[in-house]
Design a binder for this molecule. Structure first.
Ligand code: TMP
Length: 209
């Protein structure tokens, strides 16, 4: 019997509420008796968590854009090969906070690196792993950054200003239009439970396949 691998990613600009929704979905799936793990990109392994600190640090504000892209991809390569693939092979559902779409939106659209280059080196890093389903939590960048500012000090990426984050949003819009079967766009200003119910509905659909 071939087991269906279920790899679900959550994408969106800053302050969209991805982390809350991942926790809710993970808890819901666990309550249903399913085997599920949640990871974050960049992160999840010792090396990838060190890269996460590096790319988030305001001390690295002047990092060269290609170096930055390679760091995100190096972290993803670690996470995919050491964590995601083994869990998928073991039949677990994997939920991931950000993935390759973030690289296209942030490094491609906002930092203006070539999209084809990013796709190519991205595929090298992940071995062409593509999510089964992606939830794009759509938020106006001004509102999202406002939410973040109210919660904590801003990190290097959050500090880049509204113009940058508008380009990131344009990137996610482009990806959602290009991949309508994989990417479900959800209005992130809806209530937390309303969003959670939409997410459950779409998750149930792919599990029935
Ligand atoms: P977050 O997951 O807590 O939002 O932090 C990750 C930050 O890194 C966020 O500002 C988006 C940014 N990022 C990229 O620029 N490119 C990427 O490929 C990924 C995964 C994240």
């Amino acid at each position: 019997m071939v087991m269906q691998e279920i790899f679900i990613t959550f994408e969106g600009g800053e302050g969209a509420g991805k982390t809350t929704q991942i926790q809710l979905l993970r808890d819901h799936l666990l309550d249903c008796g399913l085997n599920v793990i949640a990871v974050r990109d960049p992160g999840g392994t010792a090396v990838a968590e060190q890269i996460r600190q590096m790319v988030k640090s305001n001390a690295n504000a002047d990092i060269y854009v290609r170096t930055e892209a390679l760091l995100y991809l190096a972290a993803r390569c670690e996470m995919v090969n050491k964590l995601i693939r083994p869990h998928l092979s073991a039949g677990r559902i994997v939920l991931c906070d950000r993935f390759a779409d973030s690289t296209i939106a942030y490094q491609g659209f906002a930092n203006e690196l070539d999209l084809e280059d990013l796709e190519q080196i991205g595929n090298f890093a992940t071995g062409n792993l593509t999510p089964t389903l992606t939830f794009y939590l759509k938020i106006d960048p001004k509102e999202g950054l406002g939410r973040k500012t109210a919660q904590q000090d801003l990190d290097r990426v959050e500090n880049k200003g509204l113009g940058y984050h508008k380009k990131v949003q344009a990137g996610f819009e482009y990806l959602a239009a290009k991949n309508p079967r994989r990417i479900v766009t959800i209005d992130a200003t809806l209530g937390v439970d309303e969003i959670h119910q939409i997410i459950i509905r779409h998750t149930n659909k792919i599990m029935e396949v």
